[in-house]
Design a protein around this ligand. Structure first.
Ligand SMILES: Nc1nc2c(c(=O)[nH]1)N[C@H]1C(S)=C(S)[C@@H](COP(=O)(O)O)O[C@H]1N2
Ligand SMILES: [Mo]
Length: 199
């Protein structure tokens, strides 16, 4: 296919930078839980063993950071929101329209249509190894692009929270960490929605 993989304003680089606001948080993996709440029938807390024992999904994704680097063909595995639904761990109310990912000192918002799509993973492993602390262990929200799937919405990497510890489902959209600082609520990489449009 001649279709380009590189969104406008991006540059493909061969390495995977570490990037976050502030320092790497201290995470006590043994006592770590994923909290799920909001517009759900039953709030739950999942430990890492439970997540590791769910059916795993593998994805090869192109990552696009708003600071203009792109990393092609990164390999990840983990679970999806659909996995949680299929395994009876998550039942959304019809009022659930947005997913807010929570991490220590960080939040990011996505519409359910993007969070439920096949290019959004709750990732535990990168290139066959558990995700390192710097890259968001033990679990990170991960939006990436699947080349050739022009039907999927592709958003910038800030729309996935490293050190994910909470999934909150809401009826109304809520700005996350970067969105509160002027970044786009939508963040479509092909439309270069880096910053929010001025009113
Ligand atoms: N918790 C948390 N998640 C985060 C961020 C952050 O500052 N804190 N930064 C986001 C941004 S802007 C990017 S580009 C990616 C960087 O992921 P990496 O460090 O694995 O490259 O994490 C995203 N998720
Ligand atoms: Mo980023």
């Amino acid at each position: 296919m001649t279709e380009t993989r590189l969104p406008p304003g991006q540059k493909a680089i061969p390495h995977f930078p570490v990037l976050q606001f502030g320092s790497v948080p201290q995470i006590d993996i043994a006592n770590w839980r994923l909290h799920i709440w909001g517009e759900v029938v039953q709030p739950v807390e999942l430990d890492l063993d439970t997540i590791y024992n769910l059916p795993q999904t593998e994805k090869t994704l192109d990552l696009h950071c708003v600071t203009r680097w792109t990393n092609y063909d990164t390999h990840w595995s983990g679970i999806t929101l659909q996995t949680l639904i299929d395994e009876g761990l998550l039942e959304l109310k019809p009022s659930a329209k947005f997913l807010i990912q929570h991490a220590p000192g960080y939040m990011s918002n996505l519409p359910m249509s993007v969070a439920m799509a096949e290019n959004f993973l709750l990732a535990t492993h990168y290139e066959g190894q558990p995700i390192t602390m710097e890259h968001g262990a033990p679990l990170r929200g991960l939006p990436g692009a699947i080349p050739g799937h022009g039907d999927l919405k592709d958003v910038y990497l800030w729309k996935g929270a490293k050190w994910l510890q909470g999934l909150q489902f809401t009826a109304e959209d809520e700005p996350g960490y970067w969105e509160r600082r002027g970044y786009s609520m939508e963040a479509d990489v092909w439309k270069e929605q880096r910053y929010a449009e001025k009113e």
